[in-house]
Design a protein around this ligand. Structure first.
Ligand SMILES: Nc1ncnc2c1ncn2[C@@H]1O[C@H](COP(=O)(O)OP(=O)(O)OP(=O)(O)O)[C@@H](O)[C@H]1O
Ligand SMILES: [Mg+2]
Length: 354
């Protein structure tokens, strides 16, 4: 059996772009790329241990959660520790694209298989399913991490995973930002007897966020005062991606106000891009809830109607609101009461109308 060690996928993808125009950040804690080593990961030991335990007991974990909460980081650390293949499918089109990436990674990591990989590459265009299934059967005991899995939902995916489960020793770990992902990966995981387990990654608590900035800044040798930490934590609402970005800006030499300002303009662009993917009613609903922070269904609806300038029928409104919940942008805190998950995002939407 071949067990690759310390393997990293090709390019990183992160919720925020790399900090440009600054000297590279040498400190691992505030590196804005997803971490691959536990040494630089804060507050996720229990989650990583649990995900590894599940994988070792034959389950396939599905890590879900809001943007920038650290899903990719957890996945990459697990893959790094257990040995495996990481594939970010956010820019991949369909199963063919997945197959090609898989072959590339097998080659790159030098995983020995009794197959002619060059032939598979040529053949994948014609018979993607057969090729991927054949490769998976040959792979042996390898963990395959599929990140942003909602991007390759295909009607053929359940049957592919079914073959993997029944006829190979490959273990999967998935990650995504869509509540319904588990259902989409396998139409009915329970009935098919496949071992998908959902894992929801939550934002840090206030205390964890404070600890994260305190410990990381100390380890990085930069001085961030208690008041600055408090101020940053008030702003970033436990979303580790924003906290890391702030730390990265600080370690590049920016003062607290400069870092806050720089992050604000970067985050506005990032958020604008994300919101541009929402439908019209989802967007107006998000804007309404961003203004209210936490509110009842009817209050959000009224404000959404006033923002859009006409009435919205109940069903359309509810569908939009549910879509936001499914994307982990909004959570239902109590029956019929909703709140935004990322307060920083909501604040920028409120203040700049991005
Ligand atoms: N536990 C952690 N400790 C330290 N840094 C972390 C931790 N989790 C994530 N990060 C940092 O936060 C940022 C976002 O992490 P990551 O890309 O893993 O999140 P994500 O949930 O996959 O985001 P996206 O939704 O954009 O895919 C990265 O800069 C990463 O290095
Ligand atoms: Mg990610």
């Amino acid at each position: 059996m071949h067990r690759p060690n310390n393997v990293l996928g090709k390019g990183y993808k992160t919720g925020v772009p790399p900090v440009t125009g600054m000297s590279p950040v040498s400190c691992g804690f505030f590196d804005t790329r997803p971490k691959v080593s536990r040494d630089f990961v804060f507050g996720r030991d229990d989650v990583i241990n649990e995900v590894e335990r599940l994988l070792n007991s034959g389950f396939w974990p599905v890590i879900l959660g809001p943007r920038r909460v650290g899903k990719t980081t957890v996945m990459r650390v697990v893959i790094n520790e257990l040995g495996g293949i990481y594939i970010d499918v956010s820019t991949i089109m369909g199963l063919k694209g997945l197959g090609l990436r898989l072959i590339d990674e097998v080659k790159r990591l030098n995983i020995r298989v009794k197959l002619n990989l060059a032939m598979l590459q040529l053949d994948i265009e014609r018979r993607p399913m057969v090729i991927i299934e054949g490769l998976i059967r040959e792979l042996g005991d390898v963990v395959i991490g599929i990140d942003e899995v909602q991007n390759i939902i295909s009607p053929k995916l359940p049957s592919l995973l079914s073959v993997a489960y029944n006829e190979s020793r490959v273990r999967f770990i998935f990650s995504g930002s869509l509540v319904g992902t588990t259902r989409l990966i396998m139409k009915s995981p329970e009935s098919l007897g496949r071992p998908l387990i959902r894992f929801e990654l939550r934002p840090f608590t206030r205390e964890q966020s404070i600890e994260f900035l305190r410990i990381s800044s100390r380890n990085c040798g930069i001085n961030i005062s208690d008041i600055e930490i408090e101020n940053a934590v008030n702003e970033f609402d436990g979303i580790v991606g924003w906290l890391t970005y702030y730390g990265s800006l600080r370690s590049s030499g920016k003062s607290h106000p400069e870092a806050m300002e720089a992050l604000r303009s970067i985050a506005r662009e990032v958020i604008k891009d994300e919101l541009s993917k929402l439908g019209r009613y989802e967007l107006v609903t998000y804007r309404a809830l961003a203004t209210l922070s936490r509110a009842r269904w009817i209050e959000i609806k009224r404000l959404a109607e006033s923002l859009i300038g006409h009435s919205i029928d109940d069903k359309t409104f509810t569908t939009g609101l549910k879509a936001l919940v499914n994307m982990y942008m909004v959570r239902e805190v109590e029956r019929g009461i909703y709140e935004v998950i990322d307060g920083y995002m909501a604040r920028l939407v409120r203040e700049y109308g991005v």
